[in-house]
Write a new protein. Sequence first.
Length: 300
Amino acid sequence: MDVRALRYFVEVVRQQSFTRAAEALFVTQPTISKMLRHLEEELGCTLLLREGRRLHLTDSGEVVYQRGQLILQEFKQLEMEIADINQLKTGELRLGVPPMVGMQIAGSVSAFRQRYPGIALKIVEAGGLAVQEALLSGSLDLALTALPVDASLPLNTLTLMRHPLCVLVPHATPWRTRKSISLAEVAQHPLLIFNEEFSLNRQLKQAFQRAGLAPQIAVRSGQWDFLAAMVQAGMGVAILPEPICQRLDRHSLLWLPLESDLTWTLGLIWREGSYLSRSAQAWIDCCRAFWPDEAPKLSV
């Protein structure tokens, strides 16, 4: 079986279009159609049925699609292992980074690029839970996220840094005289919070539940600057990591320490028992060198 034909078939199913699949694979549509016909002839069955603009898998097509994804993932791993025989002069590293984390890793990215200029660093931005799912599906090699992760997930973790959480409030009376804010007091105000794909969302929800509190969620968003703007507009209060707050306008907003044991702990995660390319191992080593106070605490 031609691996290219299998790859074309899987992409057509994913895209639900021969045209979009051809664009994604940088080939012509007739090439994809020809390869899929050869695949069907080789297997002796019909894989796809057209109904208008929709493509439907036959029973045989469903089996080939599900198995094909696994075969292509194994083939990708084989390619990575063979490529690793060479030195770290070329390659690609797929790294998942939540939006809030990006500003915290600029230094490590710069250090990595200087040390390994030939490695293409592909950064995918998404919430912490979203990058975890992408990592488990094999779409990413490594990801940065808020810790702890779900203990039931097959993930290795490497702690990198810890920061306190702050309550973001308008720069107005009576907040100006306050030194800190409790979780119970936060629950008395409309809460502006990150949406469900962020690990911090889950962490805060669990903290409120443990304290027997039920805050009123006024706004959910995936953008920290939007949450800050809503606080400034008097829509409520938000809980954000201290490094994020430090980037805001001190003349219009205040951030007060949250009276809690909660911290914004950032770490690196990768699939347990999976093959790690040399470029991925190099990134891990770079992170451990860049954050020596926390990174040696490796959990595998």
